[in-house]
Design a protein around this ligand. Structure first.
Ligand SMILES: [Zn+2]
Length: 387
């Protein structure tokens, strides 16, 4: 308890700074940064820091690994830009700027900081920022979200290793074994297994056609596990570390599902163009994954935060009646694809009654809703009130 009080003191002196559009928080001595986002996506980079302050001795306790995951911060920067381009919103990004010789932010406190108090403070800040990002996501996105701990591996097979905390022996099991409660209870995407909107099994989420690894493989980045490469079997594979254990729905009290992505070097981290290509592909796959499994269309984040939304809330023709009907006079339904969604971007089912009316299929509570009309040439989004 005493320790907690000391920590709170450190958090109080965290510095606020504004960089362009992003709001970035820094910990003490700028060792840890947190770029606050709006998407239900949290990315952490524990191993690409370059700072080696003299006052923190090099880690020597418990045979530490000190190799840096080079260019992974660049991957996260590319991902951040691509997500903003696609959705109009940023992810939450937490970065450890201390070199791994000084702090390993993906280990327990003792192994991470080897007893140095300055490194310990940075370790607490790193995890506190992840917790903060999780609570912001939880408040805004009731359907959940995705945490990604991003790394680089030096294994000979050039592929992404997607970690779900399941060992390679466990991934060598049959689908039916992976679908048992015993295996699901070891998974970092436990919440998604119980709530995914298509009711896919654990095995299907790990290596079916719409698994994260399968989508990345389809985008040109071979991955394990995936439908193309279902199990690492006896080859080198990282299945997830400290961060995934403590910041994923492995713990039923944690709201976000988590995956660890270990990136290969050749054709991915080795030059700027490949890093940009990877960031673009990863952003598209994350958006597709969240849309398909969580039922949340993040592309609407841009629309909801855009000034182009037509404010017709007070217009009779664009409000939702007590009978849950939207009346539209100026449009021809044949020319438009229609979507209705709420402020959480959940799609709301409806049927078309006639050329001027659509009937919402569920009883909506009072609030703000959006009607999106998409033709070949334009997308029009109209804000509506249900009183
Ligand atoms: Zn790493």
């Amino acid at each position: 308890m005493v320790k907690l009080k000391i920590l709170n003191f450190f958090y109080l002196i965290v510095v606020f700074a504004f960089h362009a559009d992003a709001q970035i928080l820094y910990g003490k001595n700028n060792y840890i940064s947190y770029s606050i986002g709006k998407l239900p996506i949290v990315v952490s980079i524990p191993h690409d820091g370059i700072l080696r302050p003299n006052q923190i001795p090099d880690r020597t306790c418990n045979n530490p690994t000190t190799v840096r995951d080079v260019y992974v911060y660049d991957l996260a920067t590319q991902l951040d830009s691509a997500l903003e381009r696609i959705t109009g919103c940023k992810p939450h990004v937490i970065m450890c700027h201390l070199n791994r010789t000084k702090l390993d932010a993906n280990r327990n406190l003792i192994d991470a900081a080897c007893g140095n108090s300055e490194a310990e403070t940075a370790w607490h800040e790193f995890h506190h920022f992840i917790d903060t990002a999780f609570s912001l996501v939880q408040n805004k996105w009731p359907s959940g979200g995705l945490y990604i701990d991003l790394h680089g591996h030096g294994h000979p097979i050039q592929r992404l290793e997607i970690g779900y905390l399941l060992t390679k022996e466990e991934l060598s099991s049959t689908d039916s074994l992976l679908n048992t409660e015993e295996y699901i209870s070891k998974s970092s995407i436990q919440r998604l297994v119980n709530r995914n909107i298509n009711q896919l099994s654990h095995a299907a989420l790990l290596r079916g056609n719409f698994a994260f690894g399968s989508l990345m493989s389809n985008a040109g980045f071979p991955s394990v596990p995936s439908s193309q490469d279902p199990s690492p079997d006896t080859t080198d594979y990282f299945n997830g570390g400290y961060n995934l254990v403590y910041h994923s729905s492995l713990n039923p009290n944690i709201f976000l599902d988590g995956i660890q992505i270990e990136t290969n070097y050749n054709n991915l981290r080795n030059n700027y163009l490949n890093r940009k290509k990877f960031g673009d592909s990863l952003a598209k796959v994350i958006v597709e994954f969240i849309d398909y499994h969580y039922g949340v269309n993040l592309q609407n984040c841009k629309i909801i935060n855009s000034s182009k939304i037509e404010e017709k809330a007070i217009n009779h023709y664009y409000s939702i009646t007590d009978d849950n009907i939207i009346k539209i006079t100026e449009l021809n339904f044949d020319e438009y694809k229609i979507k209705v969604f709420d402020t959480q971007l959940h799609h709301i089912p409806f049927s078309i009654l006639d050329r001027n009316h659509i009937q919402i299929s569920t009883q909506l509570p009072a609030g703000i809703y959006f009607l999106q009309l998409q033709s070949k040439n334009q997308t029009k989004t109209i804000k509506m009130n249900k009183i």
